[in-house]
Design a protein around this ligand. Sequence first.
Ligand SMILES: C[S@@+](CC[C@H](N)C(=O)[O-])C[C@H]1O[C@@H](n2cnc3c(N)ncnc32)[C@H](O)[C@@H]1O
Length: 298
Amino acid sequence: MSSPEEQAFRLLTEYSNGFMVSQVLFAACELGVFDLLAEAPEPLGAAAVAARLGTSSHGTELLLDTCVSLKLLQVETKTGKALYQNTELSSTYLVRASPKCQGNMLRYLARTTYLCWGHLTQAVRDGRNQYLEAFGVPSDQLFSAIYRSEDERLLFMRGLQDVWSVSGRPVLGAFDLSPFPLICDVGGDFFKDPLPEADLYLLARVLHDWTDERCSRLLARIHRACKPGGGVLVVESLLAADGRGPLTAQLYSLNMLVQTEGRERTPAQYRALLAAAGFRHVQCRRTGGLYDAILATR
Ligand SMILES: C[S@@+](CC[C@H](N)C(=O)[O-])C[C@H]1O[C@@H](n2cnc3c(N)ncnc32)[C@H](O)[C@@H]1O
């Protein structure tokens, strides 16, 4: 049995090494390790992986064995030779051909989000996102900072779709949406463009990008467009009532700090925003997944 002090040190080490774990995952995806192993007719040795990826044999062996410890790969030894193949986790979520592949989101996290997080200390000092610090891009125009190029925009959108392919279903099943036959998935320049007619306006992963003031403006626009009996379905990661948990929602909230103008919110904070915009009957449902649902009607 380790002492409480040793356990505390182990936990501290786990936290401080957390970024290394992310980087192993990002690098293995970027290099195409999981796709190669999925396409190979049989498990491959490190030398074969290195030869096909054009990587160093030393680095590849270290990466593959670390992936084994992280349960991203499995290894078997045959006649003294280590042979690697995907685990169920990597086959489902990391292989390009899988319908649940998260590869675009992982690439986006590695190329953009991770770099903004490198400036978290400064973000906390300044209370604003770090596009200027990470990419030299002024952040007062959020749209041009987030979508810095067409490639960047497409990668982000595909990444959002990756996550939705796994986490969308529980959200859409949280409420009976049959009273709303025509649903408008609100996107584009919703602060300016006229909103189309619909029974339900879906605001998925939008409000967390914005300050309370901008959320109020957007919700007031949607309320004006909404017919009596119509509604709005907000999809976000809900914080606990006191704002202190769950950890994933808190990390997402910090992510909003480093990448946007917004934050994640508690049910009471969404209720207040929706009520101020004129919506009634606000219901919040936690799904147990990444995203939760809030339905409000006019
Ligand atoms: C995080 S995405 C969510 C997209 C989609 N609802 C989903 O869940 O996958 C944010 C959306 O806000 C829209 N948007 C409107 N104005 C924006 C702005 N100034 N900056 C960033 N995004 C903006 C984008 O076009 C995009 O559709």
